[in-house]
Design a protein around this ligand. Structure first.
Ligand SMILES: Cc1cc2nc3c(=O)[nH]c(=O)nc-3n(C[C@H](O)[C@H](O)[C@H](O)COP(=O)(O)O)c2cc1C
Length: 247
């Protein structure tokens, strides 16, 4: 199916009657960190990506490139990155080899972002009963990132290095579209910057060209609803506290 076949005509007069469903997709999206091994139908993944591609981008540049990893290719990447993550923990001097291709986080953390980051980290580890000193437990939990939290589908997102910072803005909209379209199909997701440091392992594994850089990864699949980690819910600042009304 071509992407234009999906469009309601005319777009301009298409009413979205059901605010509740749109809101439910947004409100039920959270970072799911335990998945069932249940495979995801390929046609479903294709339709989800096709719809998500309607995301806007500056001058319609559509800077995204997606790699879907399942089965042996997924498992082999997991093995490689888990081994690298273990080696890094054993010898932190290896960190110099693993550089992120763009700064996702600030070099210097300031309030209130550092406070929110801490709340998120402590909250997650708190739910899991992991104390601050439990290095092995934290390493194991962090490593679950590199197992796609057991999701059968791993996604890797790249873009051309020649593109500007604005393309990352476009990319964010595309990623959110994917996560909402996933919700509409009974799937859950976890976007993951954790992979970014291992780009030099990931890019050759997925067959990316020299001109591509890794934007992030994502786990996708059916949630393990009984998993303790999935009871962790993050907070948000109220809209009234980040909005200024100017009249
Ligand atoms: C681009 C991006 C990268 C992220 N990377 C990771 C990651 O590597 N591992 C992880 O567990 N969560 C990751 N997260 C999830 C955030 O921690 C999460 O979105 C935030 O705490 C809000 O919680 P919620 O998604 O459950 O609403 C990432 C989120 C985004 C948007």
């Amino acid at each position: 199916m071509k992407i234009t076949d999906l469009l309601p005509t005319p777009q301009v007069s298409t009413a979205v009657h059901d605010a509740a469903s749109v809101d439910a997709a947004m409100l039920s999206r959270y970072s799911n960190r335990a998945f069932l091994p249940k495979p995801v139908d390929r046609a479903l993944l294709q339709s989800l990506l096709q719809v998500a591609a309607r995301a806007p981008s500056g001058t319609n540049t559509q800077p995204w490139k997606v790699y879907v990893l399942q089965g042996a290719s997924r498992d082999a990447l997991v093995d490689k990155v888990v081994a690298a993550h273990d080696a890094l923990a054993a010898d932190p001097s290896l960190a110099a080899q693993y550089r992120e291709e763009y700064d996702y986080y600030p070099e210097k953390w300031v309030s209130p972002y550092i406070d929110r980051r801490r709340e998120c980290g402590f909250g997650l580890y708190g739910v899991l009963g992991l104390g601050k000193g439990d290095k092995a437990g934290m390493h194991a939990q962090h490593q679950r990132n590199y197992r796609f939290f057991d999701a059968p589908v791993g996604l890797m997102f790249t873009m051309d290095k020649v593109m500007g910072r604005g393309s990352l803005l476009d990319y964010g909209m595309f990623l959110q579209n994917i996560m909402l379209a996933a919700r509409a199909r009974g799937l859950h997701t976890c976007p993951q910057a954790a992979w970014n440091g291992f780009a030099k392992i990931i890019l050759p594994h997925i067959g990316a060209g020299d001109e591509e850089m890794l934007v992030c990864g994502m786990s996708m699949g059916y949630a393990d609803e009984g998993a303790l980690v999935n009871t962790f819910a993050t907070t948000r600042v109220d809209a009234q506290d980040f909005t200024s009304w100017l009249e």
